[in-house]
Design a protein around this ligand. Structure first.
Ligand code: DGJ
Length: 711
């Protein structure tokens, strides 16, 4: 056996790198080039990353650049992409180019170490039309015993510009993705998460990098980057002594040194990025197109409008109340009723968040007819029925915990640490994976009429210890792999089941998990003003159809204001209709109809950000249908100060200057007439884009929705 491993190792090393002819590797979209080159020393360098170059003959003039996937222990002074310790204790790695091939848009570059049988393969998939590049890495070796890898980046990218500005999307529960831009100077800026399960509660896995100046909407070079990993992630931005910037993206290696067995392939998550030479607007539109066409579950499909009972009832409901809500959903004209938390548990009924989590049987006292009765009542009213689960979690006060205390992530010799009175199930354990899959499977088998799931996850990990794993530093990674195993099984058995991802709001939102979810819940905060900011932030990376947005009572703002905000996402309601006036109900029904009529524009069209809420007391954005014949514009006055400077006109974007457009204000309260001077008038695209419209005023909490139709 030993002999065989030795021979394999020899073969591996012999395939190494010396004497390889100079190679240029071009990874390109219709608008971007990433040009890598093998230097005479056999190592791989990034010669160029930027707007697509017109003449291949120019490639020879490109500088050598910096090494593409820098290793620890050799000649570099800064943060490496990869670090490992070999069987003999040697902590260095020297990667040399071996070969590359491009098939179906994916370029795979193989590199090896000449001293140790270690192989690193870099993968780049280019999406030409959408101008997106997706990168990941595979690391493997054939040493006799396992090696330890300490760093394992998905990608490393280099920039050489005069200035760098990075925007992060950080916050906390109910204040997700607040945008902060800062200039990067010498040294490191790290954006990461160590929260494990509800990983993005404080920092979301996305950033904007602006080159040569702060990010702007319609001009300038920018990159949007995001990582597809539903766990701890890390972005490291490091500016060196010469002003070069390296951006290293991947799983957060914190507490996660990985013991890699011979022959095992460590596959990193994907780093997804787009470059724009005309500001963040284009970058967003490209990323949205990519997501809809290639990533988001049912990305090209329509979405279900819904009534959710969470903020309408919290835990306080019974069958009769839910049937009333079904009637209200029908009155509203939405497609579906979504039953939220509180429907399960018998020995420990889920009457509050302190118990019952894990016991996925209907509470008989509350719901004597069970889910079957509710599905039947919904169907009778022409409604679909959706249901909430939080399958990765358990309350210690539950039958599940009594049966399986060993299924929980917790240090055996420390005090139990609860968060929302609950603990995280150990998804690294295949038995737990079976259990979690079984929750969906049993519900679907018993009630095939269930048309939708809301999958929640309300706590991060603490007290990190898996009773199942031998190697504790694998837990953060194995947890995420376990989650994907389960979601893969759900997708295989129920491929057309729409699902909403939730994590106490937007605590999970990345492009790997969104393969399995049609949308996510950006925040529990549904205050209209706060939501403008939160949806604005997520909107840089995720298309409107991925952002659940519900009308609720939070914030007590005018119903129209809250509804107009929710129409900039996937519209739903979380509110009692019986408290509405006749006019309010009529308005809401009209809004549902408008949303359905215009969703080909808002959900599938191009987003143009016209006025940022971060720039003052107003906000405006616009969606333009793909054929360009219809647009919907949303404008908001939040809390303008009486003494604020002059009100800016809103200049539209993306229109045809030569075409004429009719402007009509919609989503009006019954009997209300538009006070907007441009209502019912026809303007040229040229006028709308150069002069703009006086959409803002000094009133508080006022909103307008304009339907714009090409003539
Ligand atoms: C947190 C979610 O974000 C809410 O929408 C709701 O589903 C509650 N959990 C239920 O416990």
């Amino acid at each position: 056996m030993k002999r065989l491993t030795f021979l394999l190792a020899l073969l591996f090393v012999a395939g190494g790198a010396n004497g390889v002819a100079a190679q240029t590797i071009r990874i390109s979209t219709d608008a971007t080039d990433l040009i890598l080159r093998v230097a005479d020393n056999g190592r791989l360098y990034q010669s160029y990353l930027g707007a697509r170059l017109q003449h291949e003959a120019d490639f020879q003039h490109l500088p050598q650049g910096r090494e593409v996937y820098l290793t620890h222990g050799m000649e570099d002074y800064f943060e490496p992409a990869v670090r490992m310790t070999h069987n003999d204790g040697n902590p260095s790695l020297m990667l040399k180019y071996v070969s590359h091939e491009t098939t179906g848009g994916t370029t795979v570059i193989t590199m090896r170490d000449g001293q140790y049988p270690v192989e690193v393969r870099l993968f780049y998939t280019a999406y030409p039309r959408e101008n997106v590049i997706v990168a990941h890495t595979e690391i493997s070796h054939r040493q006799e015993k396992p090696v330890t890898i300490y760093n394992y980046a998905s990608s490393m990218l280099h920039f050489d510009r005069a200035e760098y500005y990075m925007t992060d999307f950080t916050g906390e529960w109910a204040a997700e993705v607040q945008m902060t831009e800062q200039q990067l100077h010498f040294g490191k800026r790290v954006v990461d998460s160590k929260l494990g399960s509800r990983a993005n509660m404080q920092a979301s896995p996305m950033f904007i990098l602006a080159l040569d100046g702060p990010a702007r909407e319609t001009v300038g070079d920018v990159m949007l980057g995001t990582i597809g990993w539903t766990g701890n992630f890390r972005f490291t931005f490091e500016v060196d002594h010469l002003g070069g910037l390296r951006v290293i993206s991947g799983i957060n290696p914190y507490g996660s040194e990985y013991t890699l067995a011979a022959g095992e392939v460590f596959r990193t998550p994907e780093f997804i990025f787009t470059l724009s030479d005309s500001g963040t607007g284009k970058a967003t539109r490209d990323l949205h197109d990519w997501a809809r066409r290639h990533r988001l579950k049912d990305g090209m499909g329509t979405r279900l409008t819904l009534l959710n009972n969470w903020e309408a009832t919290y835990f306080s409901f019974d069958e009769a109340k839910l049937v009333e809500l079904l009637d209200e959903a029908r009155k509203l004209g939405v497609d579906m009723f979504l039953l939220d938390d509180g429907w399960f548990g018998n020995e420990f009924p889920r009457s509050s968040d302190r118990q019952g989590l894990g016991d996925w049987e209907e509470t008989v006292e509350k719901l004597p007819g069970g889910i079957s009765k509710l599905v039947a009542e919904a169907t009778e009213r022409g409604l679909k029925f959706g249901i909430w689960i939080e399958p990765e979690m358990v309350n210690p006060r539950s039958e599940l915990f009594e049966r399986h205390p060993e299924w929980v992530i917790a240090l055996p010799n420390r005090d139990r640490h609860l968060f929302r009175s609950q603990m995280v199930l150990d998804l690294s354990n295949p038995a737990v994976q079976d259990f979690v899959f079984g929750i969906v499977d049993t519900l679907m088998t018993r009630h095939p009429g269930i048309a939708y799931f809301k999958w929640d996850c309300n706590r991060p990990m603490t007290n990190i210890f898996s009773p199942y794993l031998e190697n504790q530093s694998h837990l953060y990674i194995e947890y995420v792999r376990g989650l994907y195993n389960v979601l893969e099984r759900v997708a295989a058995k129920y491929p057309d089941l729409p699902m909403m991802l939730c994590a106490g709001g937007g605590g999970r939102s990345d492009y790997e998990v969104l393969r399995y979810f049609t949308e996510f819940w950006p925040s529990d905060n549904t205050d209209g003003v706060e939501r403008i900011f939160i949806q604005w932030g997520f909107g840089y990376f995720f298309p409107t159809k991925a952002l659940g947005a519900h009308v609720t009572s939070w914030g007590r703002q005018p119903l129209k204001f809250r509804t107009d905000v929710a129409m900039m996402g996937k519209l739903g309601f979380d509110i009692r209709i019986d408290g509405m006036s006749e006019d309010e109900l009529e308005f809401s029904r009209g809004a549902v109809q408008n949303f359905k009529r215009l969703q080909h524009v808002t959900l599938d069209g191009d987003l143009y950000r016209l006025f940022s809420p971060y720039d003052g007391d107003h906000a405006a954005l616009m969606y333009l249908s793909k054929p360009g014949d219809k647009a919907v514009l949303f404008a908001f006055d939040m809390h303008p100060r009486a003494g604020a400077r002059a009100l800016p006109s809103v200049r539209l974007q993306g229109l045809d200057p030569a075409r004429m457009y009719l402007i009509e204000e919609i989503n009006m309260m019954p009997g209300q007439r538009s006070t907007f001077a441009g209502n019912g008038k026809v303007f040229s695209g040229d006028y709308l884009m150069r002069v703009g419209l006086p959409l803002f005023g000094r009133a508080h909490l006022r909103s307008r929705v304009l339907e714009i139709t090409a003539q």
